[in-house]
Design a protein around this ligand. Sequence first.
Ligand SMILES: *Cc1c(COP(=O)(O)O)cnc(C)c1O
Length: 415
Amino acid sequence: MRRTTGRNFLFVPGPTNIPDRVQRAMLVAMEDHRSSKFPDLSTSVLSDLKRVFKTNAGEVFIFPSSGTGAWEAALTNTLSPGDKILASRFGQFSHLWINMAQRLDFDVQVLDVEWGEGVPLEQVEEILRADKKYQIRGILACHNETATGVTSDIGGLRKAMDAASHPALLLVDAVSSLASIDFRMEEWRVDLAVSGSQKGLMLPAGLGILAVSPKALEAMQSATSRRCYFDLADMISANQMGYFPYTPSLPMLYGLREALDIIFEEGLDDIFSRHHYFAEGVRAAVTEGWGLKLCAKAPKWYSDTVSAIMVPEGINGAHVIDVAFRRYNLALGAGLSKVAGKLFRIGHLGDLNELMLMGAIAGAEMAMLDIGMDIVPGSGVAAASNYWRSNDPIPKRKVSKEEQFYEAHSTGSVQ
Ligand SMILES: *Cc1c(COP(=O)(O)O)cnc(C)c1O
């Protein structure tokens, strides 16, 4: 019989674990979403989301959808059928966004890149330089490809666009990076940034979140793609008064309010450092401990929110995932499409700590041993332990002489 004691260990890269505080904040009685009190909630979450995207001039919108809905909103509100789009494909999520753009009748120029790498900056720059008539209207980039554990350099992509003096809109999928890997909408002049609630924002799925630059808002005026449910014009006029054009999900908005409080209490920079520190421990387990390879081809592509772990030839990654789930109540991420069976993934984003991740590492290790993989028992746990024990989640900041004195006295180590 299946055991039901203890927690399910959820280590897919989304949905992520929800903090108890968020869970409790969502247990609310329903309210009138047209009351005079409601705008307090909606305007506070919308303006705080701007801080998470790091934009002042942009606007943030919340749709009752998953992240995929925000993709559609980004495309249809700012582009017209037949418009040329440049996009690189290196995993299931970058693929799906391209597929959507094609189904919405855009003319997509696809750069196929080996899975395990990210946006090829030089190639993009070359193509943009050659596009003298500025026929390319939009550039799609997946900041963090969740299927392969690859992070692309969006600041570098902006530099490539600037080097070619190209005016296309920059559309970025930040679903599995926002609030976990540094994302700078304003500095990188991202025009449309897409996200969702169930990754770094530590909520259930159900909110599609879209941040829009002033330039993209202007592009909306001439974009002729058909749009209705995702029409930003309706959203903008309702949001101005603090309302939504349709019934919003109250528990999700209260959960978001709490999640944003938690995020600002920790601080974005510390959140990014913590994700890097957790990721490094997992990578130590994979490479030093188990002697396995990541799907990401080089350290510059390593994702701090998800690791895609290649299994050796002759082993089915799905088998590892199945045993981990059935025997140890551990949910690992699957290999998707082209990499199905070739890898399994450990998500390390959201509400986490070292020992939770130790559970995922230990469980993956046990499942790999169970199916006969040649792994040294305890090797992944030992490598992660070595890393976490000898590193700090937040890199030590320089402290002044006075602070050192104060700290020494307050811990009683100096008499
Ligand atoms: C999760 C995810 C999405 C969107 O998925 P939804 O299931 O629609 O929320 C899009 N892109 C990336 C990179 C993702 O990780």
